[in-house]
Ligand binder design. Structure first.
Ligand code: MG
Length: 367
C-alpha cells in the first residue's frame, strides 16, 4: 500500500460561548483535518486542535507543517507507522499537534486495512466511558449556575477551571459545591495559573469540598514546585501541561511530582506515543486521564478508542465537541445520557468528516 495524496483542510468552529481558562480565552476552535489517500482505495482521517500557549503551535503553523509532513508521506507505505512517524518527528521534533493529525490518519488506515475498530486493534474491549463537562473561569455565581445545569444533565463529574487568585478560586469551588450538593466529584484545573504558595493556599482551601484531583497547579516545567504542592495538600495532583511524551512521564514519575497523568493526543503527537505513556503509567501504577483541547468528534473518537483500550485510563475529559456550534463529523463517538461515550464499531476511527462542511473549508492537496 502506498500514500498517493494528502489533503489538508482548515476548519474553524465557533464555540457556543467564549471559554476562559488561566491561559486565555477561546472563541473559535482553529482546527485542521488531514485526509491521507492510498493506492488501494483506503483513506484515513486525522485532526489537530492546536492550543498555542500549551503546544507552541497555531493553526497557521500546523497548516505549514502539514504541507511539509504530507510531502514526506507521498509514495510511502502508510501501514509502517513506526517508520512514517519517525520520519515526521525527526523532521519536526516538536509540533506535536501537527504530528498528531498524521498519526491519527495513519492509524485510521491501519484499522481499515485490518477491518477492526481502533480500540480492538489495540487489544481493548468496549468498556464504559463517561466524560465530565467543564466550566470555564467566570464569576462564582455564574459557575455555580452552570454546575447545576451539568448536574441536572446527569454528568457524573464536573471539571472546574481555576487559576486566578486563591481567594477567588476557593470561592468558586465553595459556591459550586453548595449549589450541586455532595454526590458528584469536582475536578479542578489551574492551567499553571498559581505559583507554589498560591497553589498550596488554594488547594488547602478546597480540600474539604470533594475535589477529586487538581490538574497542573503550577508552571509546566517546575516539577520541584509540583512535588512541593503535592506534599502540602491531600488533593491528588494531575500533570497536564508538564506531560507531552513518554520521557516526560518517566521524569514526572521519578520526581514524584504527580499522582495522575493527563494524556492528550495534541501533546503526545498522537496515538503511537500516547500508548507508550499509558504503558509507563501502568508500570508506575499511576492512573491516567485522556483529555482534549477543542477537537471535534473526529479527534475525540481517536482519544476515546485509546481510553477504551487501556484500563489504566481511569478518567475521560472529552467534552470539547459539546462546546461547538457545528458538528461536522459523521459517525464517530457519540455522547449519551450523563456524558456516556459510545464508540463506533466501524473499522479504524469509524468517523468521517461531512463533505458538505469540507466544501466550505480552505484546503490544499499534496500528491
Ligand atoms: Mg488541563
Amino acid at each position: 500500500m502506498r500514500v498517493v495524496k494528502v489533503t489538508v483542510y482548515k476548519a474553524n468552529i465557533l464555540l457556543v460561548a467564549p471559554f476562559r481558562i488561566a491561559l486565555g480565552v477561546t472563541e473559535v476552535a482553529e482546527n485542521f483535518f488531514v485526509r491521507i489517500e492510498t493506492d488501494e482505495g483506503i483513506h484515513g482521517w486525522g485532526e489537530g486542535s492546536p492550543f498555542p500557549a500549551i503546544v507552541g503551535e497555531t493553526q497557521r503553523i500546523c497548516l505549514a507543517a502539514a504541507r511539509d509532513m504530507a510531502r514526506l508521506l507521498i509514495g510511502k507505505d502508510p501501514l509502517d507507522i513506526e517508520a512514517r512517524l519517525r520520519e515526521i518527528s525527526s523532521f519536526l521534533p516538536h509540533n506535536t499537534t501537527a504530528r498528531s493529525a498524521f498519526d491519527m490518519a495513519l492509524y485510521d488506515i491501519l484499522g481499515k486495512a485490518a477491518g477492526l475498530p481502533l480500540y480492538r486493534l489495540f487489544g481493548g474491549s468496549p468498556r464504559e466511558l463517561f466524560t465530565d463537562d467543564t466550566i470555564g473561569i467566570d464569576d462564582p455565581a455564574a459557575m455555580a449556575e452552570k454546575a447545576v445545569k451539568f448536574k441536572e444533565e446527569g454528568f457524573r463529574a464536573i471539571k472546574v477551571k481555576l487559576g486566578t487568585t486563591p481567594e477567588e478560586d476557593i470561592e468558586r469551588v465553595r459556591r459550586i459545591r453548595e449549589a450541586i450538593g455532595s454526590d458528584i466529584p469536582i475536578r479542578v484545573d489551574a492551567n499553571q495559573g498559581w505559583d507554589r504558595n498560591a497553589a498550596i493556599k488554594a488547594l488547602r482551601g478546597i480540600e474539604d469540598l470533594g475535589v477529586q484531583y487538581c490538574e497542573q497547579p503550577v508552571a509546566a516545567g517546575d516539577l520541584a514546585a509540583m512535588r512541593a504542592v503535592r506534599e502540602k495538600t491531600q488533593i491528588p495532583i494531575m500533570a497536564d501541561e508538564s506531560l507531552f511524551d513518554v520521557h516526560d512521564a518517566l521524569e514526572l514519575i521519578r520526581a514524584e511530582a504527580c499522582d495522575y497523568l493527563n494524556i492528550k493526543l495534541s501533546k503526545s503527537g498522537g496515538l503511537h506515543m500516547a500508548l507508550k505513556i499509558a504503558a509507563v503509567a501502568e508500570a508506575a501504577r499511576m492512573g491516567c486521564m485522556v483529555g482534549c483541547m477543542s477537537e471535534t468528534r473526529l479527534a475525540l473518537t481517536a482519544a476515546a478508542h485509546l481510553a477504551a483500550a487501556r484500563p489504566i485510563v481511569r478518567f475521560t475529559d472529552l467534552d470539547s465537541a459539546l462546546t461547538h456550534t457545528v458538528d461536522p463529523i459523521v459517525g464517530g463517538m457519540e455522547y449519551g445520557e450523563g456524558g456516556r461515550i459510545t464508540l463506533p464499531e466501524g473499522p479504524g476511527l469509524g468517523a468521517e468528516v461531512d463533505p458538505a462542511f469540507l466544501k466550505k473549508c480552505e484546503s490544499f492537496t499534496v500528491s
